[in-house]
Design a protein around this ligand. Structure first.
Ligand SMILES: Cc1cc2nc3c(=O)[nH]c(=O)nc-3n(C[C@H](O)[C@H](O)[C@H](O)COP(=O)(O)OP(=O)(O)OC[C@H]3O[C@@H](n4cnc5c(N)ncnc54)[C@H](O)[C@@H]3O)c2cc1C
Length: 413
């Protein structure tokens, strides 16, 4: 169930006779071709494995986010060509005043289709459009996991669920809004320009949550996110848009998990929103989907290259995921606290928090939850010259840490 009625983009996905039967066995089956799924697939490129990635839409066809990310993640992953606009300040609006935070790192908006296509260019997997229905009936105990799709049953010993919050390949646990720990988000994309990356913490728009305007060169991505899944965000998305002098169009929305879930279950690996990897409070889930997607891809690569078993990969990936649990728990605590702060206290508090030392400290720690260094610089190298935007430093020529170092660094962070 979508949170609000949304206008649908034109589908490029194959229909009718073009949807030929699809079945058989693969080395790796990745379900979901958005941030998390593509990040896993890219880590497997060159491994020699037969990797199939399936999605109900064509790659990049259906955007479900404002597409904002710390710039360094784009740079390190060789994705700067998809960048639309870059910001070094964040404007915080409350009913009693506005504060401008000078960020210690820059944040960018990007084009979803272009970014997905760039990620896909780095993969050597096969892609098919297919709707995943769930787990198929298991075979003869040979370690193959069967996945049922609208085009047939596909099996693989390594299966990834990167399908988003529904976590289709897990045992049904009744995890449904409005009772599950899910936020809801809705946004519109009117044309227009602005220099300000802006947030509204204002109960007139949402009792617990925030509104945003993320400019992306020639459009504004304006939306409302509610931590309370029972609060309907459509009316106030329209209100905020009109308050900014724009008319709402192109509605897009989704549920956003704000709690970690198990990293593996029944032999399947979960990543991105399906594992609850979206950060509470900020609802930032793209960089974490890429980050955990890379971590998972590296473990799966170890399996297909014969360096470890699936069980080893399950243990390693689950423990990597678990080391982040306390950070997600803290973010959730703050998410629950903010709506309780009286509005009159909020404005001076937000202004106090705009002090450079506090902003540097808090935003640096926030970035370290999924640090860009984890990506290394293998993708940035070679294309750095034309990718460096104004004031952007070039990536290192080589990865100075190596895989183990990156794992260690991420765990320490
Ligand atoms: C309005 C809104 C704005 C947001 N803005 C931001 C932002 O600016 N920055 C940020 O970091 N995060 C943002 N988020 C959160 C972010 O969108 C998610 O955390 C992120 O998309 C998770 O990536 P993912 O790859 O795990 O899942 P998704 O991006 O949800 O991808 C899941 C994929 O699985 C496919 N799929 C789903 N079900 C099936 C099925 N049954 N069969 C086949 N395929 C299927 C989908 O088509 C999709 O391609 C926003 C969320 C919302 C709702």
């Amino acid at each position: 169930m979508m949170p609000e009625s949304c206008s649908m983009p034109v589908r490029a996905t194959k229909r009718g006779d073009e949807r030929t039967p699809l079945s058989g066995e693969r080395d790796v089956l990745i379900c979901g071709a958005s941030f998390a799924g593509l990040a896993v697939a890219r880590e497997l490129a060159g491994s020699g494995a037969d990797v199939l990635i399936v999605d109900r839409y064509e790659i990049g066809e259906r955007q479900t986010s404002a597409c904002g990310i710390p710039t360094e993640w784009l740079q390190r992953l060789g994705l700067l060509a998809a960048e639309r606009q870059r910001f070094d300040t964040l404007v915080m609006h409350t009913p009693h005043g506005t504060a401008r935070y000078q960020l210690p790192w820059t944040f960018s908006t990007f084009d979803y289709r272009e970014l997905c296509q760039l990620l896909w260019r780095g993969c050597d997997a096969t892609f098919e459009t297919a709707k995943v229905n769930g787990r198929g009936s298991e075979g003869n105990g040979d370690g193959q996991i069967a996945v049922d799709t609208d085009r047939g049953t596909i099996s693989a010993p390594l299966v990834v669920d990167a399908l988003g919050w529904r976590r289709m390949l897990a045992g049904g646990d009744g995890y449904q809004p409005p009772d599950a720990p899910l936020s809801r988000g809705l946004e519109v994309h009117p044309g227009g320009e602005s220099e300000d990356l802006a947030i509204w913490i204002d109960r007139k728009y949402v009792p617990a949550g925030y509104g945003w305007s993320f400019p992306a060169r020639d459009e504004l991505r304006i939306g409302i996110g509610s931590f309370d899944p029972r609060f309907h965000v459509k009316d106030t998305t329209v209100e905020l848009t009109q308050d900014l002098g724009k008319e709402p169009n192109e509605y897009q929305g989704n549920w956003i998990p704000h709690k970690l879930r198990r990293a593996t279950e029944g032999g399947v690996f979960f990543v991105g929103d399906s594992a609850g990897h979206c950060l509470p409070l900020s609802a930032e889930g793209i960089r974490t989907a890429l980050y955990f997607g890379m971590a998972l891809g590296r473990e799966l690569r170890g399996v297909v290259e014969g360096r470890q078993s699936r069980a080893d990969a399950e243990t390693a990936y689950a423990s990597f995921h678990d080391t982040h649990e306390w950070k997600f728990r803290w973010m959730l605590r703050v998410q629950k606290l903010i709506p309780r702060v009286p509005p009159r206290v909020l404005a001076p508090l937000i202004r106090l928090m705009a002090r450079k030392r506090f902003v540097d400290w808090s935003f640096t720690h926030y970035l370290k939850i999924a640090p860009p260094e984890y990506a290394g610089s293998q993708w940035a190298a070679g294309s750095a010259d034309d990718q460096n935007g104004p004031g952007q430093e070039q990536g290192d020529a080589e990865d100075p840490l190596g895989r183990e170092g990156r794992l260690l660094q991420a765990e320490k962070a």
